[in-house]
Ligand binder design. Sequence first.
Ligand code: ASP
Length: 444
Amino acid sequence: MNKESANSLTRRIVIGMIAGIILGTIFQAMLPEDGDLLIPLGLFDFAVRGFFVDGLFEIGGQIFITSLKMLVVPLVFISLICGTCSLTDTSKLGRIGGRAIGLYLMTTAIAITIAIAAALLISPGDGVNMTADVTFATKEAPSLTQVIIGMFPSNPFDAFAKGNMLQIIVFALLFGIAIALAGEAGERIAKTFEDFNEVIMRLVVILMNLAPYGVFCLMTTLFTELSLATFGNLIVYFMVVLAVLLLHAFLTYPIILKLLTGLNPVTFIKKMRTTALFAFSTASSNATIPSTLNTTTKKLGVNNSIASFTVPLGATINMDGTAIMQGVATVFIAQVFNVDLSVTDFLMVIVTATLASIGTAGVPGVGLIMLAMVLAQVGLPVEGIGLIIGVDRLLDMVRTAVNVTGDSMVTVVVGKAEGQFDQSVFNSSDDTNGDRIDFHHLKD
Ligand code: ASP
């Protein structure tokens, strides 16, 4: 396969994204704020917003996201069962879990510390005079005890139906261990799950190949509705969050990867492109799981026995990008409301933001709900969220890309440490492995 066609999925997604941004910007300029543009066509008037933005593109974008989400529960369940029962020594599970969770918590704490330091240095909220016009309901941060008990499903089908990732992970791990212990019957059922896994991974690749169209639709609707007027006072806040997000993705992760594995961080970043684009356009680590699993196993060379566990776990408990937004937002809101935060308050922010990320799923906008918990914890007005909501959607997209990059980096580190890693796949120059639909099996 030549390089050009090999690069095609990433390239096609980028083209879809840019085309969507351009078309959305044109619609934004053409359409009145709360109305439609009617073009008289003889017998009837043709409504541009009604037909394209709220019709065609809305349908296309939502079907794309929904079909990615459709894959998540069966994919995580099946691949995790395959992963667990292929681990010859199931006692290794504890060590793998410990390593992954330790790294996830460590990277989140680093992320939020850098964010708070940057925000204190640049003071994005000084001199800003704004009033919050949006009210936001606070939810209390769940206690660690609640989070741990809540990981165990009383009814696995309820967990599937609700897409409760931690409960699905626990059930799949237990089921996988039981398969490994069940002798001949276990071997038969393991074989069946491997076949299921093969089939569902094909479905992942098919849907991934539809991404350019889905991304085009999503970007068109987003940029038609995006109001740039909200940026005014928030531009410094926006730039600080963006800068720390980029710093974390392009500096912190490469350094950790190099230090812990000796692998080439440039190769890692390059191979993350497609998955980062998925995360950026869906703003959901959860919906990106199929692509993250595909990249970590087929392009980065981590064995499915590790990736099937660490990827869905990371999508749920590891949100470094979100923590960065929370760090900067807390300082920003404190400055706007003229509240002085003490060192203890900042430590509180770090702990609450890290713990809040454990119990919340990676879906669009969830970062703001977590921020409400953090603000309440240090006594800042939760209405402060109303100040930053206007620019949050774009930041959500970038921070989700950072979140999944973090999940993948930790997956590589754990895979390498456990010897479940194929360095030749990681080093191979074909960074599109796993993106292509293989039609060989189709008969005429
Ligand atoms: N959208 C983010 C994610 O799915 C969470 C957030 O920051 O709102 O990872």
